[in-house]
Design a binder for this molecule. Structure first.
Ligand code: HEM
Length: 258
């Protein structure tokens, strides 16, 4: 019976699925925390680190991971991509065990865009007075230009994510395979000629998970929100001074009454 777990095909391994849903969540979170210059800037920066390290881990997994997670499996030559596009335009795209050729190239575009967004975000934060590891000596010019690129690339990313979801829904509609469910369970309905991918050692995924967690922890530890903190302290000092003045006035008024 199609969709039955005993007959379904294991396609997406755990690292690929965890990577995907964490990435989707963090990218959305960062889209809505980017404008803030206060406490949310800290959340935005830390989520950005996590995205950056997840990207590095995904690239490593694309070389050393399970079959369908590998770039070599889903990056198809132009001739095959064109043929896929032709069939897609006839509304009868073929089913693929892993990513279809168009989806595969879209993934590269998204990964590269996200890498650019993370790098320019870190460079822009330097301009805001944040101490970012590896980017200590960055000039004001570079960090200002990075801020512009960061904002444009983040907007482009939202468009890409929208196209990506439309592509996913379109694939589901045209092939009948619910690939959103597949990205959750890791399993697809087998069809003619589809074979399961041999599993590889879980330790590789564990090494990458440790790299992402420890790397993010280290980056956070090395980061200082000097000016951001100062701003808060300055505000706090202004506030205290105002309070003291108010209190003095109050006492004076009280004394006059006497
Ligand atoms: C900003 C948000 C998102 C980003 C950056 C993103 C990015 C990606 C990336 C990089 C992949 C490739 C996974 C891999 O091989 O490692 C992927 C695949 C996939 N994504 Fe997303 N995604 C986002 C949101 C979503 C949402 C909201 C959905 C569901 C509605 C979704 C459904 C899928 C599915 C089903 C696949 C597998 C496609 C296939 O079978 O070829 N994604 N996405």
């Amino acid at each position: 019976m199609p969709g039955n777990t005993t007959e379904s095909l294991k396609v997406w391994d755990l690292p690929t699925r965890v990577f995907h849903w964490m990435l989707a969540l963090l990218v959305f979170a960062n889209f809505f925390t980017g404008e803030d210059e206060g406490g949310l800037l800290i959340v935005h920066t830390y989520c950005g680190y996590l995205i950056g390290l997840l990207l590095i881990a995904r690239v490593a997994w694309g070389v050393a991971g399970n079959r369908h997670a590998r770039f070599g499996d889903f990056l198809k030559p132009w001739s095959e991509t064109r043929e896929y596009l032709r069939q897609l335009l006839r509304l009868s795209p073929p089913r693929y065990v892993g990513h279809n050729p168009l989806g595969g190239w879209m993934i590269v575009v998204m990964l590269v865009s996200l890498g650019l967004i993370v790098f320019t975000g870190m460079a822009a934060a330097v301009g805001e007075g944040v101490r970012i590891p590896f980017l200590g000596g960055l000039s004001d010019g570079v960090s200002e230009a990075s801020e512009e690129i960061h904002e444009v690339a983040a907007t482009v990313m939202m468009v890409l994510a929208g196209l990506h979801v439309i592509g996913v829904l379109g694939d589901w509609l045209l092939t009948g395979e619910n690939i959103i469910k597949a990205m959750v369970t890791g399993r697809k309905t087998p069809a003619e000629g589809m074979a399961p991918a041999p599993a590889i050692g879980a330790w590789r995924g564990a090494v990458l998970a440790a790299f992402v967690l420890l790397g993010t922890g280290w980056m956070i530890d090395q980061t200082r929100f000097e000016n951001v903190d100062n701003e808060h302290e300055e505000h706090a000092e202004d506030y205290d001074e105002e309070d003291e003045e108010d209190e003095d006035n109050h006492h004076e008024r009280y004394d006059d009454d006497d």
